[in-house]
Design a protein around this ligand. Structure first.
Ligand code: SAH
Length: 364
């Protein structure tokens, strides 16, 4: 008999299904993305290969986000010893740009003074790239694989770009019998979707009305994390800023689970570990969780409107003037990040602050 560890990831998922029965979409996503031997993030740097992200498009993105944190910190009276956490920092570009901008601005007291920076990263490959990107950052940094209680003791500032879209979701499908969970099983030697035979208790699905075939997606790890962060911010002060693609109003009934690999959209169940799997972020669910935890929520707001209000246009001008050879590239990056036809509207920004704090920059 072949040992499960010697199999590829697909074989190990099949062995798990054979042993325990069909698994949830969330379990499948977790294995496909994070399995230590074959998971997509665990084993590679996907950025610039399968997809690119705002911090990789332009240094202006991280600069704006760093200054946003410092402004929210100043608005709350510059509390001593803040903690800054980035969730899923990719190559570390956003944070390198943010810290450089924070060090360069002289108008505010220094946010980096007494700052502890925590990079929350599950992937050893990406962590190594982040260590390199921040080698000369000259702040107190540590790495963690999860958000935990050690981040709950001080005024807390959190940045997360394209992080929540990678957190696992479960899917429920409306049928004549009621809502049934979509599971991953195997059929004919291949992984396949199948509906759970038992109906999901209606209390687990907030919106009862949906046409047959309608899909409801739930990311319990996303709402739990947003709630935990909001609880700390409400108690200790601070601010969180989540940017991602997703829906703002209560989500509809379409499915948003998608895989990207080999240069385009791919079958979600094909080649687990070789392609990125994400879902649209349900901002309304994150906002509800944060309010429930006692924090105030601002947005969601289109990324374009948010970045424009923070002054990204002026920053682009400044960079173009300083380096005329790069002017066209800077303008193209600005358009890509802010124009409604590109990333300006599908991508959204959501902020979480203490109820007593003023509206943060960009949201008023
Ligand atoms: N923020 C970066 C990278 C986005 S890709 C950018 O904008 O370029 C998603 C990032 O989240 C990667 O760094 C990935 O390894 C990390 N990640 C995904 N799921 C995670 C989890 N459950 N815990 C910690 N990090 C995770």
């Amino acid at each position: 008999m072949t040992s499960a560890l010697k199999m590829g990831l697909e074989g190990r998922i099949a062995a798990l299904i054979a042993a325990q029965g069909p698994i949830t979409v969330a379990q499948f996503m977790t294995m496909a993305l994070h399995d230590a031997e074959g998971g997509y993030y665990a084993t590679r740097d996907p950025l610039g290969r399968d997809f690119t992200t705002a911090p990789e498009i332009s240094q202006m993105f991280g600069e704006m986000l760093g200054l946003w944190c410092a402004a929210a910190w100043r608005d709350q009276g510059c509390p001593k010893n803040p903690m800054l956490v980035e969730l899923g920092p990719g190559r570390g570009s956003l944070m390198a740009d943010a810290l450089r901008a924070l060090r360069a601005q002289k108008a505010l007291p220094d946010f980096c003074d007494g700052l502890e920076l925590v990079m929350v990263e599950a992937s050893p490959v990406l962590r190594a790239l982040q260590e390199k990107a921040l080698a000369n950052a000259n702040v107190n940094i540590r790495w963690a694989t999860h958000f935990d209680d050690s981040m709950a003791q001080r005024p807390l500032f959190v940045l997360a770009n394209e992080f929540f879209d990678a957190l696992p979701i479960r899917q429920f499908v409306r049928t004549a019998r009621g809502w049934c969970e979509r599971m991953v099983t195997q059929a004919g030697g291949k992984l396949a979707f199948a509906l759970a035979p038992l109906v999901t208790p209606p209390s687990l699905i907030p919106k009862a009305d949906a046409p047959d075939g309608g899909v409801h997606e739930v990311s319990a790890s996303s709402t739990a994390l947003a709630g935990e962060i909001a609880r700390v911010i409400a108690a200790k002060g601070g601010a969180a800023l989540f940017l991602d693609y997703g829906h703002g109003e209560a989500a509809g009934h379409g499915e948003t689970l998608q895989a990207i690999g080999g240069g385009g959209f791919a079958d979600v169940l094909a080649q687990p570990g070789a392609q990125d799997i994400t879902a649209h972020v349900d901002f309304a669910a994150l906002a509800d969780a944060a309010r429930h935890a006692g924090a105030a929520v601002h947005g969601p707001l289109g990324q374009g409107a948010f970045l424009n209000r923070l002054g990204m246009g002026a920053r682009a001008q400044q960079l173009a003037t300083a380096n005329p050879n790069a002017a066209a590239d800077v303008q193209a990056a600005l358009a890509r990040l802010t124009s409604p036809a590109q990333m300006g509207e599908l991508f959204k920004a959501l902020a979480i602050l203490p109820p007593s704090a003023p509206t943060p920059p960009g949201f008023a």
